[in-house]
Design a protein around this ligand. Structure first.
Ligand code: HEC
Ligand code: HEC
Length: 220
């Protein structure tokens, strides 16, 4: 049986180990692997999918660029209370999202968020999108000029509106890094070589991709 002293020592070692791991995400990687998260999520890039079947074989969104895609406070909170993001089941346009994503405890979520935030893509340029309270050009593109709102839910004065086939963008201002949204529009091959969302390269000018990314960043 452990003595109180050795238990206390163990606690200190644990605290020190957690403290050291915060910086590099090692503790979070252990939790991630120990919780079987990698059975549904890729954490290594680059993307290797070549056909739509490769994409459809995936059980969950790839996380190898999670640190570029998400905002840390959102990620840490979502891991504890994972409410549906996609109205439809992952990779499906017919079946509703059943929910029930595995949840982590407060401590686990903190270290897993550290780990996931360490997985970044170097094509995302920090500060490329200037976020303001409003971006009217971006709004026009989102709701009128381009079919974005036909596939994505977005907030309106009443509640929300928009299509259901893509991930909901309600709350995207807190969830997504606007610089990643821009990179996703500019370099779709890096993140999703085969995908259901149309490619806007050659359709939207760079300036307008920035405008629409800045508009998405206003979604509450
Ligand atoms: C059975 C498969 C499965 C397992 C196991 C699983 N996930 Fe997921 N994960 C999903 C699916 C499907 C989604 C999409 C959920 C949605 O859109 O609502 C998702 C979404 C996510 C997201 C948001 C990604 C995005 O691009 O929207 C994160 C972060 C995440 N999971 C982390 C984890 C962690 C951490 C674990 C382990 C504790 C885990 N997942 C275990 C299937 C899984
Ligand atoms: C035909 C439907 C469709 C249209 C039109 C569309 N999207 Fe998408 N979008 C999707 C789907 C589906 C995904 C999920 C990834 C995939 O499989 O392509 C996605 C993913 C995204 C994501 C990443 C969300 C996440 O949480 O992973 C953003 C941001 C986005 N779209 C913005 C836009 C913008 C901005 C436009 C208009 C310029 C647009 N989309 C037009 C279907 C669409």
């Amino acid at each position: 049986m452990k003595t109180a002293a050795s238990a206390f020592l163990g606690l200190i070692v644990l605290v020190l180990a957690t403290g050291a791991a915060r910086a590099d995400g090692a503790a979070g990687k252990e939790v991630f692997e120990g919780s079987d998260c990698q059975s549904c999520h890729f954490t290594q890039g680059p993307a290797t999918e070549k056909t739509i079947d490769d994409q459809l074989a995936k059980m969950g969104p790839e996380l190898w660029y999670a640190g570029s895609k998400f905002q840390r406070p959102w990620l840490e909170a979502w891991l504890q209370d994972p409410q549906p993001i996609r109205p439809m089941k992952f990779n499906s346009v017919m079946e509703p999202n059943p929910g029930g994503h595995p949840a982590l405890s407060v401590g686990q979520a903190g270290s897993v968020a550290d780990y996931l935030m360490s997985l970044t893509s170097d094509v995302v340029e920090a500060g490329a999108v200037k976020v303001k309270k409003k971006n009217l050009k971006g709004r026009l593109i989102f709701v009128k000029k381009m079919p974005c709102s036909g596939c994505h839910q977005f907030p309106t004065k009443k509640k929300f509106s928009g299509g259901m086939s893509g991930p909901s963008l309600v709350g995207a201002g807190e969830r997504l890094n606007p610089d990643w949204v821009l990179a996703y529009l500019q370099k779709p091959k890096v993140f999703k070589p085969v995908k259901m969302m149309p490619v806007f390269v050659g359709v939207l000018r760079d300036k307008d991709m920035k405008n629409v990314a800045a508009h998405v960043a206003t979604f509450k």
